[in-house]
Design a protein around this ligand. Structure first.
Ligand SMILES: NC(=O)C1=CN([C@@H]2O[C@H](COP(=O)(O)OP(=O)(O)OC[C@H]3O[C@@H](n4cnc5c(N)ncnc54)[C@H](OP(=O)(O)O)[C@@H]3O)[C@@H](O)[C@H]2O)C=CC1
Ligand SMILES: CC(=O)N[C@@H](CCC(=O)OP(=O)(O)O)C(=O)O
Length: 398
């Protein structure tokens, strides 16, 4: 596309810089050959967000990471939320479009360091920062802000357990008390009134969505729950790590965190809440060579006299009318590729050949229902909107 054609595409959708020249009707236009007639020029022009009539001004802390980028992608189609603040750490000072060229057409503020962030123009934040860094940053935020924290920093109610699994004492225990765990389909009534929501981890989301209703209905035994889970590599974030290089990940798979992954206490907290007793699980995550997607294959013992069809019928009833949690037709196998890019969790229940046991399969996109999609679902609720607003993207295929 020529620079002139690019300009004519963008002119009507408001991507021109505010200081661009105006025609006799007062509309801004591109000057052929100027720096702002190419995508690179678009970045160099340092665009500020256009004035917006959208009701809620949103900050994205950690916008230069994978979950931050995914929030931006989802918000592009949100009718009520606009982004007025973005932060980064190493990439502070860079334009978002230069860090994520697939989103270059979005009219966004420049990313600044958290310490330089101005929250006066912000009603709510998505906190997409590494765990451990988040508690102190959230402690320093203005009181009136609604916060959805995607990190693990406020998920565990027991501070001793937090210290044991995360290797450091909690730095904001007073805030932990008010945090609401954001597994939307289970806790939505509490989430509506929350100021601070701890968005669940990706593995815990894929595990709790099928198991919580079954445990609440006493349909499965609380012992011998075995979870074999697999994640795409984006689950590990965008930071460079030798273990996540293409050559280390491709053409193979491996387990990690065996018997000591930090999602164990989070899963056990959710299942214990559902059963009002202490539940322990065996959980083994694996890294597989795909960029996004997650599957949990869960082996359970059914309660005496319960059949796998009872599990199926109960999940059907539990999630009837839910926008994002779908029980597939009997026998259909959930595939990660069928939820890619969407906020869906697809699940199904299968009889094991060993009598009394069943196999449950649950799939999500780790970056959407496992992170940014669920975070947006929660902020919708916190701001009084339908929880599916801006989240109706269908899965990408192939
Ligand atoms: N990826 C996933 O599938 C999921 C992730 N999560 C959680 O969400 C959070 C974000 O994950 P993800 O987006 O994958 O992570 P990334 O590593 O991709 O991004 C981290 C972001 O935080 C910024 N950052 C890093 N260190 C600091 C610091 N000390 N102070 C301020 N900003 C900092 C980075 O900035 P810069 O790039 O400029 O250095 C970047 O913007 C994590 O807590 C993660 O565990 C939860 C569910 C799923
Ligand atoms: C593939 C991979 O590395 N996945 C991450 C989990 C991603 C996630 O949900 O992490 P938080 O609990 O930090 O939010 C891990 O195993 O640590």
């Amino acid at each position: 596309m020529s620079s002139v054609a690019l300009g004519s595409v963008f002119r009507d959708v408001g991507f021109l810089p505010k200081n661009a020249p105006r025609n006799s009707e007062g509309r801004r236009f591109w000057i052929k050959g100027s720096a702002v007639t190419s995508p690179q020029g678009l970045q160099a022009a340092n665009l500020r967000p256009k004035s917006s009539t959208k009701a809620v001004r949103v900050g994205v802390l950690g916008a230069s990471g994978y979950t931050g980028a995914e929030i931006v992608r989802l918000l592009a189609n949100h009718p009520q939320f606009c982004i007025t603040l973005m932060t980064a750490d190493r990439k502070a000072g860079q334009s978002f479009g230069s860090v994520f060229p697939h989103l270059i057409t979005q009219d966004l503020p420049e990313m600044v360091a958290v310490k330089d962030a101005d929250f006066s123009n912000v009603d709510a934040v998505f906190c997409c920062l590494p765990h451990g860094t988040t508690q102190e940053i959230i402690k320093g935020l203005p009181n009136g802000l609604k916060i959805v924290d995607l990190s693990a920093d406020f998920r565990l109610r027991n501070l001793g357990e937090y210290e044991e699994w995360y290797g450091q004492p909690h730095k904001a225990p007073e805030l932990q008390k008010e945090a609401i765990y954001g597994l939307t389909e289970v806790w939505r009534e509490k989430i509506r009134d929350a100021r601070l929501v701890a968005n669940p981890g990706c593995y815990p989301t894929s595990v709790q969505l099928p198991l919580v209703p079954l445990i609440k209905a006493h349909l499965i035994e609380l012992k011998n729950i075995i979870i074999d889970a697999k994640s795409g590599v984006s689950g590990a974030g965008r930071g460079a790590k030798e273990t996540n290089l293409y050559a280390e990940i491709s053409e193979g798979m491996h387990a990690y965190g065996i018997s000591k992954h930090r999602h164990v206490p989070e899963i056990e907290q959710g299942l214990s809440d559902a059963s009002h007793s202490n539940v322990s699980v065996s959980f083994t995550p694996h890294l597989i060579p795909m960029s996004r997607g997650m599957q949990s294959t869960i082996y359970v013992e059914m309660s005496v006299g319960v059949t796998h069809d009872d599990l199926y019928q109960h999940l059907m009833a539990a999630y009837e009318g839910e926008d994002f949690v779908k029980l597939l037709q009997k026998g259909a196998v959930p595939h990660t590729r069928n939820v890619r890019g969407s906020n869906y969790c697809f699940m199904n229940v299968f009889p094991d050949r060993i009598p009394g046991r069943a196999i449950i399969i649950s799939v999500i996109d780790n970056l959407v229902k496992g992170a940014s999609g669920q975070a947006l679902q929660n902020l919708n609720l916190m701001m009084g909107y339908p929880e599916n607003l801006g989240l109706q993207q269908q899965p990408l295929f192939p």
